[in-house]
Design a protein around this ligand. Structure first.
Ligand code: B3K
Ligand code: ZN
Length: 874
């Protein structure tokens, strides 16, 4: 199928108009054949308002066979059809429109609409894929009740699934069979789904809080049946949690999940029929890591939570995307926090926010949580809409308190059930239940960029005073944001200094500059403020911390998040200073490990027995790409890599015996189990081993090799490889080959191997990636494989992707061109790595700019890619 579309126009929020027609009921009959699927659609159409405009249906890449209105077939001259629409006159206020069309799912490489994955039919309609299946008013504010009949050959497609509840199934002549599904809940077309294929189900059941039994099933290929237990368990826990925490009950007789191998993103919340990228379902201790287990738990929950936040109450238009995504991410974050360690979950979420969203906010694709315009909506499923959107909901929860927030969500769900609504509507419920004037808060949805909070303090006449000033990088004369900001105070020994008798204080900031003060008794100076505790607001805090102050907080802060943050700042402080110095002098630094940092590192290690997961998070070095983001020009690629390695080796040398002791003491016993304690132990051992292997001592490498040989689970086995990759060499090579030999038939496991290969810094990484494209386990058509090999090379291999000769850029751009012809969404995502081109030195910047121009100036560049490259070029 060609991915070419009509030239996209810029769509503006301000231009929103209610639809000219509604469609109340849809009856669809699918005759499923890979090369030519036939769709018969019957639409009950209703005119909205007094007008005589025609009915305009969206449709792309379809072959139209017939159209009838109220039973009368239309002649060709009675309707108008172009590449993206079908216009027909509707005589009265209501009509029954019947359409027959065909399409070619087998040729659909864009994985949008109806396509074939591993021989099975599946769909992806959000945001605008339904128009690639049949003609429809394909926008989220048109909600209809669907009846769907699937007809297919029984042998290759024994399982036939659609949204809602199954109502009938029967065998048909000629080896065919049919199944009919009815979804009683009105829904927008983006939530439509069907699946047909040779699949097997793992089944379970859930009894809802009102006593209703729901049949649960996860459909996979037969050989994956033993990899569904964790996903099923996660689903049941999510269903219970949504009842307990939000009072939300499930509303159909069945809940089905299907895992497919070819999928553009993580998963999709289609009503009653979630479709998942198989990587977010399949897990067995020997094939999946702790990170995979955690990812499955949160994505299964996320999609389930959409049943209310997204499906029952949906979005009026795509500018409201964060209404469902930001809110649902917040819900899944809280679910995972309740299932495991709250502090560690918060650290992980803020890490994602800082690494991806802050970077997005600082680049050419910056946009508000509620964008004001777009060309290709697929490009707006971003970290800003998802992760900053979740922070904005979290702030509302923090401003209102848990109880009022729950009253607000109750009101929202009951008032807008079955409707397509706006961010304003959500927000209005929060104001209404709390009586708070949240209007100043609205700016969080409207303004792009990460606010900076510049904080200064003073001690004056027995009072401790904080002055907080808001600014937005690159913008003068801004209006203030409203934000909750939690603070506490410590003395030089790390003892808490109460503020007005309280351990901490949540300030609600509303002004560009605010000063607050508290009486403090004699506290040992210097005082150390703990700011934005728990990351109450998604801002950059700019306070001139000294290394001594950071060391105090990393040892003694009673807020785990800020303890972690203090140590990170300390590491970053040392690393950035060293990187700058090395870049200036053109040679590696020779200074010794700063005492503050080393002592703080040791103090954290001593805490590891109490909370191994937390300490593992703390001692994780900032990634190279995160460090690179801290430079606004002449990013010193080589020095970032080298100085980060040097620091790792120094810390390892200083603490080798403690590290080794921790490694031995935290060996998880018995069979693999995914729980906080043992996952924490494995995470700690992973960090510890990576530090030790950074030392030039073969004994540590042998330790990793031994772990690789004896591990009874993928986490420990892969962590050993990761540690060995720090040094490279023949031992690493040997273990990589052993891993490949064992797993080459297992694509999901091979993704880990491809990603690690792509990130290797020994030898010629580009040549290695080039040759791996021909590996039998690699497929350019599969988004997971492309992300593993090409995505990891471009984003995870700073040194080689940004090699000074520009060869990697040019080779990568040529792969993007090939991808663009097959799957524009993936091509656009891959291309956004070039967004940072202005932050590199002249030679690299020119080379990146040249490839952006090459990508952009092609006549057949997809709208997806053109929007990204156009913005990057500015
Ligand atoms: N709503 C889908 C994302 C659809 C992305 C389309 N490009 C998954 C999710 O966020 O739950
Ligand atoms: Zn979502």
């Amino acid at each position: 199928m060609s991915s070419a579309r009509a030239a996209p126009v810029e769509i503006h929020l301000a231009d929103y108009r209610a639809p000219d027609f509604y469609i109340d009921r849809v009856d669809l009959v699918f005759d499923l054949v890979p090369q030519e699927t036939r769709v018969r659609s019957t639409l009950q159409v209703r005119r909205q308002g007094a007008h005589d405009r025609p009915l305009v249906l969206d449709g792309e890449g379809l072959t139209l066979l017939s159209v009838a209105v109220d039973g009368r077939p239309l002649a060709a001259e009675e309707f108008v059809r172009d590449e993206v629409s079908l216009r027909l006159p509707i005589p009265g206020d209501t009509a029954v429109v019947q359409i027959e069309n065909t399409l070619n799912p087998a040729a659909n490489t864009a994985l949008e609409g109806l396509y074939v994955s591993s021989g099975n039919f599946c769909t992806q309609c959000e945001p605008e894929g339904f128009r690639r299946i049949t003609y429809f008013i394909d926008r989220p504010d048109v909600l209809a009740r669907y009846t769907v009949t699937l007809i297919a050959d029984a042998e290759p497609y024994p399982v036939l699934l659609a949204n809602g509840n199954p109502v009938s199934a029967e065998a048909l002549p000629g080896g065919r069979h049919m199944a009919r599904w009815v979804d009683p809940h009105p829904k927008p077309s983006y939530l439509f789904a069907l699946v047909a294929g040779k699949l097997h189900a793992v089944r379970d059941e859930f009894v809802t809080q009102s006593g209703k039994r729901v049949d649960l099933a996860i459909y996979v290929e037969a050989h994956n049946l033993d990899r569904c237990a964790h996903a099923m368990d996660s689903l049941k826990r999510a269903m219970r949690w949504d009842e307990e925490v939000y009072g939300r009950e499930y509303d159909l007789d069945v809940f089905n999940i299907v895992a497919v191998d070819d999928f553009n993103m993580g998963a999709m919340e289609n009503k009653g029929l979630n479709i998942f990228n198989s990587r977010y379902i399949l897990a067995r201790p020997d094939t999946a890591t702790d990170a995979d287990y955690a990812g499955i738990e949160s994505v299964v929950a996320h999609e389930y939570f959409h049943n209310w936040s997204g499906n029952r109450v949906t979005c009026r238009d795509w500018f409201q995307l964060s209404l469902k995504e930001g809110f649902t991410v917040f819900r899944d974050q809280e679910f995972s926090a309740d299932m495991g360690s709250r502090a560690v979950k918060r650290i992980a979420d803020v890490n994602v926010l800082r690494q991806f969203q802050f970077a997005e906010d600082a680049g050419p694709q910056k946009h508000p949580v509620q964008p004001k315009s777009y060309r290709e909506i697929n490009n707006f499923y971003t970290s800003t809409v998802y992760n900053k959107g979740a922070e904005v909901v979290r702030m509302q929860r923090n401003l209102l308190g848990a109880e009022k927030f729950r009253a607000g969500t109750d009101l929202y769900f009951s008032r807008f059930d079955g409707q397509a609504v706006t961010i304003e509507d959500f927000f209005g419920c929060m104001s209404e239940v709390s009586g708070l004037d949240l209007q100043p808060f609205r700016r969080w949805y409207d303004v792009a960029g990460t606010p900076v909070l510049t904080v200064s303090d003073a001690v004056d006449g027995g009072r401790y005073q904080l002055t907080l000033r808001q600014s937005l990088p690159g913008q003068a004369g801004i209006e203030p944001f409203m934000l909750p900001f939690t603070v506490a105070l410590f003395d030089a020994n790390g003892h808490p200094v109460p503020l007005d008798g309280q351990a901490e204080h949540t300030l609600v900031l509303r002004e560009l500059e605010q000063t607050v003060s508290w009486a403090i008794p004699d506290a040992k100076r210097p005082l150390v403020p703990s700011l934005n505790r728990g990351f109450t607001a998604p801002v950059q805090v700019d306070y001139p911390y000294t290394p001594e102050q950071l060391a105090v907080l990393s040892r003694a802060d009673t807020d785990d998040f800020n303890r972690w943050d203090a140590f990170l700042r300390l590491m970053q402080h040392v690393l950035l200073a060293r990187i700058r110095a090395a870049a200036e002098q053109g040679k590696p630094g020779t200074d010794t490990l700063p005492e503050d940092l080393s002592t703080a590192f040791g103090a954290l290690l001593h805490h590891a027995n109490d909370d191994p997961m937390f300490v593992a998070e703390c001692i994780t070095l900032p990634t190279e790409s995160y460090l690179a983001d801290q430079f606004s020009h002449d990013t010193p690629v080589v020095w970032i890599h080298q100085e980060r390695r040097r620091l790792r080796a120094e810390l390892a040398a200083a603490w080798a015996s403690t590290l080794h002791l921790l490694y031995r003491n935290h060996e998880p016993q018995g069979a693999y189990h995914f729980d906080g304690r043992s996952a924490g132990q494995r995470a700690l051992r992973r960090q510890v081993l990576s530090y030790l292997c950074a030392l030039d001592e073969p004994a540590w490498w042998q330790l990793a090799a031994q772990q690789f040989a004896t591990a009874n689970n993928m986490t420990e086995s892969f962590n050993a490889l990761l540690a060995l990759s720090v040094t490279g060499g023949s031992l690493f090579e040997e273990k990589m080959q052993a891993f490949e030999a064992r797993w080459r038939q297992d694509p999901l496991v091979m993704d880990k191997w491809f990603a690690l290969q792509a990130q290797r810094t020994d030898g010629s990484a580009l040549a290695r990636v080039q040759s791996l494209m021909a590996h039998p386990a690699f497929s350019f058509k599969n988004p997971n494989r492309v992300r593993a090999l090409l995505g990891s090379f471009s984003r995870g291999n700073l040194l080689h992707f940004h090699a000074a000769d520009g060869e990697s850029y040019r080779w990568f751009a040529d792969r993007i061109i090939e991808l663009d012809a097959m799957n524009p969404q993936i091509a656009a995502r891959m291309a956004s790595v070039f967004n940072t081109w202005r932050r590199f030195d002249g030679g690299r910047a020119a080379a990146m700019r040249a490839v952006l121009e090459k990508l952009h100036d092609r006549p057949d560049c997809s709208p997806d890619l053109a929007e990204i490259t156009g913005k990057a070029l500015g």
